[in-house]
Design a protein around this ligand. Structure first.
Ligand code: KG4
Ligand code: ZN
Length: 336
């Protein structure tokens, strides 16, 4: 007799996206994301506003995920949720909801580390990487290189000492007067220009990153050029964006190359919102040919914050019988 499939509901609310996904036997049946556009008017995420929006959205998002998957609450085997790292108020909404639902349905609760889930987003669709592999996780909140040796065996080899890569895009965009988040717009404008302005690449030993010097260099460069020509940004926007993107991509590419050489590993995954960047994809694809890497990018919907990646991480925890107590608390830091 066939065994009944493992069905999970996963919830993600660590930052400004309220997300829910349904997984059945390792396959994602639905992946619903409600992004909070409201933060654009503040030029960045306001934590108190984010948690209130999660509170408003979470029921709707979970209902939509169940409906799209055609799965009833009574068919679920476990409820998973991001426990951290993230914004405390945002995490609390998701984790309280998930624990209450697990308790009322009398099924296990599974808490998931958001950073590990980004790495495991590579296991949602084929082709999947082979352990051990390196994952460059780059988003608005994180920039790190992780050595993944198993579904639950991960080590951070390097991380940012200040801003995340996505933050570098967003803050540079703010200097140029672009709206938040500026990453996608810089990507689009960069494709129309050339990297004719050079910005300094920080020389940090090891595998750590730094982006704050670049941000300052861009700020001073724009300030000086605008003094000479008030229309400088407007007239050279494409080339400025191409130059900023080139510098950020160069910082990321040099470190992942160094990590690959140090570890002797050629299976490399890229995760997080910045993995959408076309300049980064192009550069790493060229490097993959040159250095004989097997390079993996998850589908776009699984790069930015999503619950599909929480579901796949929870599936492997479920198979390992790794459940979480109902007094599991959200955490702000961990594997950062
Ligand atoms: O993973 P994500 O949705 O949320 C977290 O920050 O966790 O990533 C959002 C970040 C933002 O900083 C955004 O500007 C950046 O990813 N981003 C991009 C692109 N698409 C999103 N950065 C550069 N190029 C893109 N195409
Ligand atoms: Zn994230």
């Amino acid at each position: 007799m066939d065994q009944a499939p493992v069905r999970l509901l996963a919830i993600e609310s660590s930052c400004d996206d309220t997300a829910a996904a349904i997984l059945s036997d390792g396959k994602i049946l639905s992946n619903i994301i409600s992004s909070q556009a409201i933060h654009a008017k503040y030029g960045g995420i306001v934590p108190e506003v984010a948690s209130r929006m999660h509170q408003e959205n979470i029921n709707l998002v979970v209902d939509a995920a169940l409906q799209k998957a055609g799965v009833k609450l009574s068919a679920l085997d476990a409820i998973a949720c991001t426990a951290g790292p993230g914004l405390l108020g945002s995490l609390t909404v998701g984790i309280s909801f998930a624990k209450a639902l697990a308790l009322s349905l009398d099924i296990p609760f599974i808490s998931i580390n958001h950073m590990k889930a980004h790495v495991l987003s590579h296991f949602i669709d084929d082709p999947t990487p082979v352990f051990p592999f390196l994952c460059l996780t780059v988003s608005g909140g994180h920039t790190q290189i992780v050595l993944a040796e198993g579904f639950d065996e991960m080590k951070v080899l390097g991380q940012t000492r200040d801003d995340a890569a996505g933050e570098a895009f967003d803050k540079s965009g703010k200097i140029l007067g672009l709206s938040y988040p500026a990453g996608p717009e810089i990507d689009r404008l960069a494709s129309l220009g050339k990297p004719v302005y050079s910005f300094p690449i920080p020389q940090i030993e090891g595998l750590d990153f730094s982006f704050s010097g670049l941000k300052t260099a861009i700020l001073y460069f724009i300030r000086d050029e605008v003094k000479k020509d008030p229309g400088f940004v407007q007239h050279h926007l494409h080339d400025i964006c191409a130059s900023i993107q080139h510098a950020i991509v160069e910082i990321l590419a040099r470190k992942i190359l160094a990590a690959s050489k140090m570890q002797g590993i050629r299976d490399i995954g890229i995760a997080g919102g910045v993995a959408a960047n076309s300049g980064l994809r192009k550069k790493l694809s060229e490097m993959a040919v040159e250095h004989q890497w097997n390079l993996y990018f998850p589908a776009m919907q699984y790069c930015t914050d999503n619950a599909g990646m929480i579901a796949i991480a929870a599936y492997h925890q479920f198979l390992a019988g790794n459940f979480s107590p109902l007094d599991t608390a959200p955490f702000v830091r961990g594997m950062e």
